[in-house]
Write a protein that binds this ligand. Sequence first.
Ligand SMILES: C[S@@+](CC[C@H](N)C(=O)[O-])C[C@H]1O[C@@H](n2cnc3c(N)ncnc32)[C@H](O)[C@@H]1O
Length: 245
Amino acid sequence: MVQIDRLFNEINPKLGEFTFDENVAHVFDDMISRSVPLYDDVQRVLPVLASLLDHPVIRVVDLGCSTGTSLIQLAQALPHRQLELIGVDNSQAMLDKCAEKLSSLDIQPQVELVRADIRDYEPRDASIILMNYTLQFVDLPSRPKLLSRICQSIRPDGFMLVSEKVSHHQVAVDDALVELYFEFKRRNGYSELEIARKREALETVLVPVTVDENGRMFREAGFAEVELLLKWFNFATFVVRKSAG
Ligand SMILES: C[S@@+](CC[C@H](N)C(=O)[O-])C[C@H]1O[C@@H](n2cnc3c(N)ncnc32)[C@H](O)[C@@H]1O
């Protein structure tokens, strides 16, 4: 059963920097569905793109897999394709929650969970790399090297699906879009206090860059094709490939 996220509403919340600990893992599925616009659409696009690959075995590596939602939905959407699913996360609490979700599903044997820092992890021969809402948590200086390693690990006709919170060049536009995002959270039942506390907790941990800056990093890492697939105010999803697809 999905637990409702009230972490920042408690009388004595654990304040300080946001971490993906047990408390977060416990309510994560509710938190992400109420905090990330177009989250379900991002899940929906993945099997459509994956089904276009003619690889006999589609090897998917989800960097920052959290509770495994993307891998689970992909496997359920493509029951007749042979999938090798690898979820990587550095939070044991998130991986435990993922394992708990998988335990009641018959796709469990197809999934390998790896506890690792994605800055050190070497994905191998991937058809698809997923990196949804995770790069934003990686310190800026480490992003170029991580992206180069990912690019080298993808098969020539594979792709990476990456989603990020993004910032904007014009301060007024950026401020307006942040306000629209807070409105989205209010509509999803978060109070002013919860919104303000979460914002403070994420301040130094989640570092968004612009769509252009992300595109530049992908290209410099070796991706020749960078497509902006979805954009909702301050959130963006890209599909990137090494060569024209
Ligand atoms: C916002 S969540 C990702 C959500 C998930 N991809 C989805 O679509 O449901 C970010 C995840 O990345 C993980 N993470 C953050 N930095 C990481 C790092 N350096 N190495 C491995 N995992 C990391 C966190 O533990 C967390 O589970």
